[in-house]
Design a protein. Structure first.
Length: 143
């Protein structure tokens, strides 16, 4: 009788063992999806131009100031508002040229796709850029 119980339990133990192995192969925490690619051009700053990867939660990537960039993005992220929204077409902006700097940000933030550009062609665009420092380099910091 004992042999019959042991023999019938072996397939069950094998099944449980393979299920446990499969469960441990999955990552413990799913990725947050907060991953951005930042491309900066014509900054006028040493080592600021180029393409950087930024991961948040956990912080990582090749961005030179990843921790502060993630913290800034968390600060400007508000439910119901797009932190990467362009300047409104009917905005009244000072016609002050801020420089040739450009940046493009693509990826995913807070579960939403991001594909936006930044430049410093007038007061509104300069303010929008400055609101994203240190995700974007501070203009004039090295000039």
């Amino acid at each position: 009788m004992l042999r019959r119980i042991a023999a019938s339990a072996l397939p069950l133990l094998a099944l449980l063992g393979s299920a446990a192995t499969t469960a441990t192969a999955a990552p413990a925490v799913p990725p947050s999806g907060d991953r951005l690619t930042v491309t900066v051009a014509d900054s006028g700053l040493p080592d600021a131009d180029g393409t950087y990867e930024l991961d948040c939660r956990p912080t990582g990537g090749t961005h030179p100031d990843a921790q502060q960039a993630c913290e800034r993005l968390d600060e400007v992220t508000v439910w119901g508002k797009d932190p990467f929204a362009p300047v409104a077409p009917d905005a009244l902006c000072t016609q002050v040229y801020g420089g040739p700097q450009t940046a493009r940000v693509t990826g995913t933030w807070a579960g939403r796709p991001v594909d936006t550009t930044y430049r410093r062609t007038n007061g509104c665009e300069m303010s929008r850029w400055d609101g994203m420092v240190p995700l974007l380099p501070a203009a004039g910091a090295g000039a």
